[in-house]
Design a protein around this ligand. Sequence first.
Ligand SMILES: O=C(O)COP(=O)(O)O
Length: 230
Amino acid sequence: MVTSLNKVLVVSDYDRTLAHEKDGFFLDDRVKERVENFAKNNFFAVVSGREKRLIDVFARGFTPTAWVLENGALIFVKGEEKVNAPECWFHEREKISSTLKEMNIPYSLGKVIIYINNRKLSHEEISSLNELCDVEYNRGDAMLLPKGVNKASGILKLKEILKFGGLTVGVGDGENDLKMMEVVDVKVAVKNAVPCIKEIADVVLTHEDGEGIMELLDMIEKGELKSSEA
Ligand SMILES: O=C(O)COP(=O)(O)O
């Protein structure tokens, strides 16, 4: 049982978890306020595949404890940015970009990540890319990152930065949240999560997206969140 005496770190996915597709992924003001209120006594980090420049538009003025963006590759705490990738990656990324051009695969670059949106990769394409980097899926999109860099490594790095050793609750909806679930104590799925997340979840929320997040924060504050680890 999580009691109100213990500080909790909630690590939450963004798209289809905090923010709803029907709102064009703009963060609802009620969800924003609820999370900021929770983060006064606990910790709340948004862990997303998205780039900071887009988050700054969709979640304007939102101030959770921290951001783990580009699927674990970039961490922001109190306005300070930390890159969670080896220096050699940036040289390797140039080689991968040339390979993608040769393969006629359209891509875009974040600060660290490579995105391939709305294009299904063939087995052959995935295996040649897998020799160079990790390929991770989120619904129809692929993200290319240095080997071992994902939401899990981003969360572990964040915990180091925050010096946080307490209970970590992970909440998400998509395939790229599976890694995140490997490093949290309590796994939570929003109602609209894909089956592979619901199957491993300790708790499946009765609400979708931001409504689900508000339901989860109420459960934590009321001491109602239970799991084998909690
Ligand atoms: O990369 C995206 O578009 C969405 O990322 P998220 O689901 O991890 O928030």
